[in-house]
Design a protein around this ligand. Sequence first.
Ligand code: IMP
Length: 178
Amino acid sequence: MSRVKLLDREFELSIPEEKLLKAVDQVAEKMNKELEGKNPLMVCVLNGSFMFASDLMKRLTIPCEISFVKLSSYSGTGSTGQVKELIGLNEDISGRTIVLLEDIVDTGLTIINTVEQVKQMGPADVKVATMLFKPDACKRDVKLDYVGMDIPNDFIVGYGLDYDGYGRNLKDIYTVVE
Ligand code: IMP
């Protein structure tokens, strides 16, 4: 399938599944080395990162746990602008190594806010893993410990990412046709 139509927009194939999975292999390999003995708690930020989290978890050979969180649709205001509240992280994470699993870092605002909220819960360390990163869109100083791949600053769908709720099920990534 080289083109898909979702609602009112056309998208064309830009990153095939094989390439995505090779990137996940590399992230997993790095984590297996660097997080050995740290018993990390992987925190999957829903909805977009469910496919990345699933493929990554299958490749981790170190002891680890996973938990699933969401950001509330309610937005308040904080030091970094709009703040969405992190919901679902109910376990005691004090002293733990947390690895946030994100689908994509675009402007960087979401991940900065999320890291800030997790830090307030007293973990030993908070690391960030993102499947995709748009360096040209991200003007903030964001520390990304694991990046699947850098992509251009275009709107994409697939591999968990959506356009107005649609397209999350696509196994490959598609870019909007302008
Ligand atoms: P940020 O706060 O600008 O870094 O945006 C992060 C969130 O925006 C991601 O978790 C996605 O939900 C969404 N997002 C950013 N870029 C795209 C895209 O190209 N397609 C679909 N969703 C996106």
